[in-house]
Design a binder for this molecule. Structure first.
Ligand code: ADP
Ligand code: 5GP
Length: 214
């Protein structure tokens, strides 16, 4: 019998973007989310102060340190780390729900978070490291974002090179020269990774329907 289903069932994947602060991962993430209905963003918990223009519950869930510590003690977080002196972590529940519903999940986490996610879910993880075109351009972007004080920008610049030193732990590398190219490169990675044989859990039934032996 011909297979009447257009889509073959597949396991959701976890797509991680990391970069030094200001290289453009939030901007790339936003563009990815607006173009892909089957992609959900993991919204992190953070203790850092909210920036102008950020929305609580959309950009981050902003919490006090005591609440963050309670979530850690309850094992509610898939991973967590201290970055630039603040606590950041990924709530477990929404990720499990999205993956179970067949959605892919996009994460904006640092190298420490990526390492922890890799330990817990290696087969489901696809990681991308994003470089700025140059250090001068990174600094320009941090100032252009105009959301952090000069002291915060200086601190982020000082830590950029230690974040970048983890690039070789990632599956893919993108240099974010211009936004449309970077977004289409992330889209290509997502499209290819969705087609990996071992992620297409419905493939065996489909192949059997074609009368092909294993
Ligand atoms: P991150 O999330 O990595 O900290 P953002 O996405 O907030 O970085 O980007 C930092 C700033 O750089 C923002 O003002 C954003 O509009 C700008 N930006 C991002 N990508 C590019 C690009 N390819 N070219 C020029 N500016 C960019
Ligand atoms: P920002 O304060 O600029 O939004 O983020 C600072 C850094 O924290 C970025 O490198 C970002 O990837 C990282 N980050 C954001 N959310 C999380 C998270 O849930 N876990 C970890 N480990 N890092 C995070």
């Amino acid at each position: 019998m011909p297979n009447k289903h257009k889509h073959i069932a597949r396991r959701g994947l976890m797509l991680v973007l990391s970069s030094p602060s200001g290289a453009g991962k939030s901007t790339i993430s936003r563009a990815m989310l607006s173009g892909h209905r089957n992609l959900a963003m993991s919204i992190s918990l953070t203790t850092r102060p909210i920036r102008p223009g950020e929305v609580d519950g959309e950009d981050y869930i902003f919490v006090e340190q005591a609440e963050f510590d309670r979530r850690v003690a309850n094992h509610d977080l898939l991973e967590y780390a201290t970055v630039f002196g603040n606590s950041y972590g990924t709530p477990r529940g929404p990720v499990d729900e999205a993956l179970a519903a067949g959605q892919d999940v996009l994460f904006d986490v640092d190298w420490q978070g990526t390492q922890q996610l890799k330990q817990n879910a290696r087969d489901d993880l696809v990681s991308i490291f994003i470089f700025p075109p140059s250090i001068t351009e990174l600094e320009r972007r941090l100032y252009a974002r105009a959301q952090d004080s000069e002291a915060v920008v200086r601190d982020r610049m000082a830590k950029a090179s230690s974040e970048m030193s983890h690039w070789a732990e990632y599956d893919y590398i993108i240099i974010n020269h211009d936004l449309p190219t970077s977004v289409s490169q992330v889209e290509s990675i997502l499209a290819a990774e969705r087609l990996r044989r071992d992620r297409q859990t419905g493939l065996a039934d489909f192949i059997r329907g074609l009368g092909v032996g294993q």
